[in-house]
Design a protein around this ligand. Structure first.
Ligand code: SF4
Length: 217
């Protein structure tokens, strides 16, 4: 039961022959990114949207995605991961379609990378494909930043079991998205968490994004 479920586009020729993922240059980039985040390959589940090598590593066609996505869907249903992490355009685009989310325009699409989404009770965290900095090394730092957040996602907030947000949720006063996006998601960006770490006072009815919800008072 992997918490982090990474989805790449398609295997390369070597990967297809050996039946393993990310064996070439982009695999080296991925290993460095994971290692910097303190995560080993053993802790994550990795798969592809397209299950066979595409000639000259070309982009997948619509009918190829149609033919293959059922296998990915079966893997998702079986693993039930906390986070789906599509790497690159096609895996991200497929998940948005699968979860009935509008697909941004070509110019806006990149904004999805590094954004934690919560759609139909599923957390989705699109990131750039590890091959991206091999074509444009100016992307290296943004990939490092985005993959580094996986270390946060690999475990829940240490306060999740005792935080007042849990009690508000159990009383039906709080939408579950707050708990999923912060307590079991990006807890390091939670303002409550940051204040706890600095021993700073905060109201019990402060939401994870720092806004005060008087309904919880
Ligand atoms: S609200 Fe913030 S501090 Fe409380 S459990 Fe969630 S992430 Fe942690």
């Amino acid at each position: 039961n992997a918490r982090l479920f990474l989805i790449a586009q398609a295997p390369g020729e070597v990967e297809d022959n050996k039946g393993n993922m990310f064996l070439g240059p982009s695999g080296k980039v991925l290993d460095k990114l994971l290692s910097a985040a303190g995560i080993s390959r053993d802790e994550i589940y990795m798969t592809n949207l397209i299950k066979c090598h595409l000639p000259k590593n070309r982009k997948p066609k619509h009918d190829e995605i149609e033919a293959c996505h059922q296998y990915l869907d079966q893997e998702i249903n079986s693993i039930k991961p906390a986070f789906l992490i599509p790497m690159g355009h096609y895996a991200t685009r497929y998940l948005l379609q699968k979860f009935d989310r509008k697909i941004p325009s070509k110019h806006e699409f990149y904004k999805l990378y590094g954004s934690l989404l919560y759609i139909q009770k599923q957390k989705i965290y699109p990131v750039q494909h590890p091959a991206a900095p091999l074509h444009d090394d100016s992307l290296q730092s943004v990939l490092e930043k985005n993959y580094n957040r996986l270390s946060v996602f690999s475990q829940p907030c240490k306060w999740a079991a005792s935080c007042p947000m849990k009690h508000y949720y159990e009383q039906g006063l709080l939408d579950e998205k707050w708990r999923e996006l912060y307590c079991f998601g990006d807890w390091k960006s939670c303002i409550r968490y940051q204040k706890e770490e600095k021993n700073e006072y905060h109201q019990d009815w402060m939401l994870p994004d720092g806004t005060l919800d008087k309904r919880l008072k």
